[in-house]
Design a protein around this ligand. Structure first.
Ligand code: IMP
Ligand code: MG
Length: 182
């Protein structure tokens, strides 16, 4: 098995590129169906930095027109676990009032980040507010809030690649990797 060393940890292949591609295309079709009757472009809010690859591929595969905005959230905690304290390092610089907003995330784990973003964006009165996430840890997610578009369900393991990082490393891997020890 091909082991990849990232920082102080070893990772092994988990989800290959063809499977990611198929999942992203499937989600793109659902997004197109959802916004088919929209007269105006959907405002895609891309969460830096992890969602970048997924967002780029959604733009390639969706026929829905998007405008782009960016936010960056972080949560205090260890490098492998998020806490409930979410801060906006790059805040929203766009007026989203009466806009159809689609947040793009790399991974939903506990849901703390999505819940905090949902509250932050809702205050700004969008017409609609949905999320598309590359991946979700379904067994960990414990919030009532719907997660509208999900490409991949992953195990409760720390995953890297296709935008997702371990301590800022591993983002440029084309596939998704999980720790070698699991
Ligand atoms: P949550 O707030 O617990 O849902 O965690 C979501 C955020 O934590 C994501 O936006 C990622 O930045 C990060 N994260 C959670 N799990 C992972 C993982 O397995 N790999 C990489 N980043 C992760
Ligand atoms: Mg993230």
């Amino acid at each position: 098995m091909s082991i990849v060393k990232i920082g102080d940890k070893e990772f092994v292949p988990y989800i290959p590129t063809d499977q990611i591609d198929e999942a992203v295309r499937r989600v793109a079709r659902s997004i197109d169906e959802c916004y088919a009757s929209n007269a105006e472009p959907v405002l895609m809010i891309i969460t830096l930095s992890g969602a970048m690859m997924f967002a780029a591929d959604l733009n390639r595969h969706c026929s829905t027109p998007f405008e782009w905005a960016f936010v960056k959230c972080s949560s205090y905690g260890s490098s492998m676990q998020s806490s409930g304290n979410i801060t906006f390092d790059v805040p929203l610089s766009f007026d989203i009032e009466e806009r159809d907003v689609l947040v793009v995330e790399d991974i939903v784990d506990s849901g703390n980040t999505w819940q905090a973003m949902h509250a932050y964006f809702s205050e700004r009165n969008p017409r609609s507010l949905r999320i598309a996430t590359l991946s979700i840890k379904r067994d960990v997610y414990d919030k009532e809030l719907p997660v509208d578009f999900v490409a991949l369900e992953v195990e409760d393991k720390f995953v890297v690649g296709y935008g997702m990082d371990y301590d800022q490393k591993g983002r440029s891997l084309n596939g998704i990797y999980k720790p070698a020890s699991c």
